[in-house]
Design a protein around this ligand. Structure first.
Ligand code: 5RP
Length: 252
């Protein structure tokens, strides 16, 4: 099902041009409307999810939300959420999460996702798997016709041991999709990027469709050396998309 909410004012004849960051913020604020006092909330990672964390922090400070417990999906989000005074916990203390809010890199028409370009896919997947509801927040640039269509990275978290071997096996697995595997390096240092879990990330680039997503997901996970991948099949319960024409809420 689909709901469209207009963002443009009926009093203005000038079209409202929003920056990508404003669109991200609009989607994030809409998602936070689903948060209720007393909830355990999965806190996502990335520039879109950061707006949701800020908004939750503001509403706690205003006394609108009380007894909120946040479960952060990365060290970065942990630090940011602490700064905005959200009480934090983990999956061991709170194994059931009421609602998780997070961004995504690609969203297909069936609400399957690619996540992890921000480097946090493993903790994100663990926490979002444990969530009764998983609300994804994106600006419209993240919508794709099929997974891999953006031509951007499809991340796989691997153990550092013999990562070149794992990268090669991933390329072989997706030979028919003309897959190229690259180790992720840090933009700042140029060194190999190390995840919060001490692992490496191999970014896959496809020239063709990878076919059935469940089959692809299972095949990647069967490769020794792989820890987890950024394909989130059938996990999102709601996707909130902010675009120039308004906010669309898509439910699974
Ligand atoms: C981090 C993620 C992010 O949610 C994803 O990369 C989207 O990031 P942004 O909101 O900055 O566009 O999966 O691992």
């Amino acid at each position: 099902s689909k709901t469209v909410l207009s963002t443009s004012s009926s009093f203005s004849s000038t079209p409202l041009i929003m920056s990508q960051d404003e669109l991200k913020k609009t989607a994030a604020y809409k998602a936070v409307e689903f948060v209720e006092s007393g909830m355990v909330i999965g806190l996502g990672t990335g520039s879109t999810a950061k707006h949701a964390v800020d908004r939750i922090g503001d509403l706690i400070q205003q006394g609108v939300l009380t007894n909120i417990v946040g479960i952060p999906t990365s060290i970065k989000t942990y630090e940011h959420a602490l700064n905005v005074n959200i009480t934090l916990s983990d999956l061991e203390t709170h194994p059931v999460v009421d609602l998780a809010i997070d961004g995504a890199d690609e969203v297909d028409p069936d609400l399957n996702l690619v996540k992890g370009r921000g480097g946090a896919l493993l903790r994100e997947k663990m926490i979002e798997f444990a969530s009764k509801k998983f609300v994804v927040i994106v600006d419209e640039s993240k919508l794709v016709d099929y997974i891999g269509a953006s031509g951007l990275a499809f991340p796989v978290e691997v153990v550092p041991f013999c990562w070149k071997f794992t990268a090669h096996r991933l390329e072989l697995l997706f030979e028919e999709a003309d897959c190229v595997a690259k180790i992720r390096t840090s933009v700042e240092t140029g060194e190999v990027f190390v995840t919060d879990n001490g692992n490496y990330t191999i970014d896959l680039y496809f020239k063709k469709s990878i076919g059935d997503l469940k089959v692809a997901s299972d095949a990647i996970l069967r490769l020794p050396g792989v820890v987890e991948h950024g394909l989130f099949v059938n996990m999102a319960t709601t996707v909130i998309v902010a675009g120039e024409d308004g906010v669309t809420v898509k439910n699974k």
